[in-house]
Design a protein around this ligand. Structure first.
Ligand code: CP3
Length: 340
């Protein structure tokens, strides 16, 4: 029974710092590519036995302290009524632009509309058998809305920002619906057996601090307040939030995910001792020689300075061209250097 990750989420002392990697199941692993070569990414997400298999791969290969459900933040958006494809980035054929588009969106019933996600969680709890905890996840309402309005990834997210400024009532109606969907979806993951929830707000940092507070914070706050958190910690990761940590903290959440643009120690000084943190090695450090990886792991651990409530992670997802042995080495360094 490895409870190190959950203990750290609750700010309890641990024997050594728990570590996992965002996007730890994925294309940098030949074992993932072998499974992926037999189906599309969406088919993989929708086949519980295969999704469970690739979820467990990094637990066995890297020795991480948590598993994260294999799926995508956009999986539950498809049954809202948007036609989804991955090329490999996500593409929606019919993006949301008008009030009529928002009105057409339905709020899925997770048990009926995404049963494969809940089945994957059930298989995983059985197969992991307490070896490491299972993290469920979803996109934050804003990041989901970014893709829904834009129809694909974007550098400037001009379409959703235009909606925000020029048609605030359409934006608000969309965000309300996405927040309701997210709440149902994440609570269903908790009921199915997810032992922690991570909310990914990959694009929350593209707004001014004032706009974040006005257009994002109310919805994420509502979402987090609506989750069944009694025994399930919530990790809130907003990429690019280094300058607005105190604002982001108002959303609630037990753990704040940090990207690598902040000094982890300074972030902890700002956030105070009641909230745990997760992060925050620059993902490209995993291209460095072994001794540089070790020095960078040591630096992040030193910034935390032994405070309880630290989960080691990258500051964003692992990149597809990283050599797996470097990720294995990083995990080993975290465990060895933090051993009490
Ligand atoms: O962390 C894990 O191992 C769990 C699986 C996971 C995936 N996507 C699998 C995936 C998680 C947690 C996500 C979250 C996700 N998806 C986010 C938030 C996190 C982040 O990275 O910012 C976002 C923005 C998405 C949307 C998405 N899905 C994009 C932009 C892409 C393309 C990425 C790329 O680098 O090309 C995807 C596809 C995707 N999601 C892949 C995987 C393993 C690659 C698909 C493939 O095998 O072809």
């Amino acid at each position: 029974m490895n409870t190190r990750f959950l203990d750290a989420c609750w700010g309890k002392p641990v024997d050594r710092t728990p570590v996992w990697l965002m996007r730890q199941a994925g294309r940098y692993l030949p074992e993932y590519m072998a499974v992926r070569s037999r189906c599309t990414f969406l088919e993989l997400c929708k086949t519980p036995e295969l999704a469970a298999e690739v979820t467990i791969q990094p637990v066995d290969i890297l020795g991480v302290d948590a598993a994260i459900l294999f799926s995508d933040i956009l999986t539950p958006v498809e049954p809202m009524g948007l036609k989804l494809d991955f090329v490999p980035g996500p593409v929606f054929e019919n993006p949301v632009r008008t009030m009529a588009d928002v009105e057409r969106l339905r709020i899925p019933n997770p048990e009926e509309d995404v049963p494969y996600v809940l089945d994957t969680i059930k298989i995983l709890r059985r197969e992991l058998a307490g070896k490491v905890p299972l993290i469920g996840f979803g996109g934050a309402p804003f990041t989901l809305a970014c893709y829904m309005v834009e129809g694909k990834g974007s550098k400037d997210w001009a379409n959703i920002k235009r909606m925000m400024y020029a048609a605030p009532e359409v934006y608000a109606a969309l965000m309300e619906k996405v927040t309701m969907m997210d709440m149902e979806y994440l609570n269903a993951q908790i009921r199915a057996g997810a032992q922690a929830i991570q909310i990914f707000d990959t694009w929350g940092g593209v707004l001014s601090p004032t706009d974040y507070e006005k257009f994002v914070l109310p919805y994420t706050t509502k979402l987090i307040n609506g989750l069944d958190r009694k025994s399930t910690p919530v990790i809130h990761f907003v990429k690019g939030a280094g300058t607005i940590l105190e604002t982001v903290q108002k959303a609630g959440g037990d753990v704040m995910g940090l990207d690598w643009h902040v000094n982890l120690g300074k972030a902890r000084d700002i956030l105070g001792p009641k909230v745990a943190v997760q992060g925050n090695l620059d993902p490209t450090v995993l291209y460095a020689p072994r001794e540089v990886i070790e020095a960078e792991v040591r630096r992040v651990l030193d910034e935390n300075a032994g405070r309880p409530g630290h989960i080691f992670n990258l500051g964003h997802g692992i990149l597809p061209t990283v050599p797996p042995e470097n990720a294995i080495h990083m995990v080993e360094c975290v465990h060895r250097l933090s051993q009490k």
